[in-house]
Design a protein around this ligand. Sequence first.
Ligand code: PBG
Length: 330
Amino acid sequence: MVIVITYPMHRYRRLRSSKFMREMVRETSLQPADLIYPIFVTEEEGTKAPVQSMPGIFRLPLDQVVAEAQRAYNAGIPAVLLFGIPLSKDEKGSSAYDPQGVVQRAVSTLKENFPELLVITDVCLCEYTSHGHCGVVEDGGVANDPTLELLAQVAVSHARAGADVVAPSDMMDGRVQAIRRSLDSEGFTDVSILSYAAKYASAFYGPFREAAGSAPGFGDRRTYQMDPANIREALKEVKADLDEGADMVMVKPALAYLDVISRIRSEVEVPLVAYNVSGEYSMVKKAAQEGLVDEKNTVMEILTAIKRAGADIIITYHALQVAEWLQQEK
Ligand code: PBG
């Protein structure tokens, strides 16, 4: 065995010696343009309601969505991701594909006010179904094929309202193909699809389900979302979605799945999105409130790590705050 002694010829601390030196040799950078800001839009009128489980996040009535999007736009964030909280829910989630639904109205208002800002919509049924599952329930289970038709209707209704990108998060098999075909046959050939391709059945979605009122009424989502123990399966899901016509793919959650992000990055050429989910957000916010960690440094470290792993774009509830921090540094 040959032992190479590098010290004292090599001193790694030389390249860490000053702020400028560190900035010059930095391998990964984070910019507002890398971020997507999620917004919860509620059909309930009145004032914005704080989400208890997510400090700093609100359910916004339709007339306040424009002001929130304005902040994102001013901070240099290129896109928002909309989640709807409807007044009425039923077995088939029909408020999800109502042309006058809460998301459809929010999309058209946003596009009128900010033609350039990209509006991405979450395409799913769980916020709109009385049972809280992401698809049609038959014989006590979530039925794949009957759900596809409804998801396609949701996506087309969002496109008709002006959405730039639709993002299916349901994890049914064949949804990307069903959505692409319907979009194309209705003339929306330029609307892109960002698929939640590798979406795991994760405990980190807890706070979101309070925010969106979308916790399943019975059982859980493990028959459709992925098992956290699997990574080969993530590649299969990603490849299938790309074959079906997805333009961009997502890994969700992000922080506990950096290996999945890294692996997918090395296997596909399309833009890779990572979702820094509600539980990841709230853990940092609560710990910072308790004085256990420094919020800014912790958030920057986490988001930098997600990019270093290979994500091009990050969906994060910290987006506004981060973009404002980045602007202050300039
Ligand atoms: C809807 C959906 C969920 C999230 C995004 N889209 C919830 C779920 O699958 O239960 C989670 C987002 C987050 O936790 O921030 N299917």
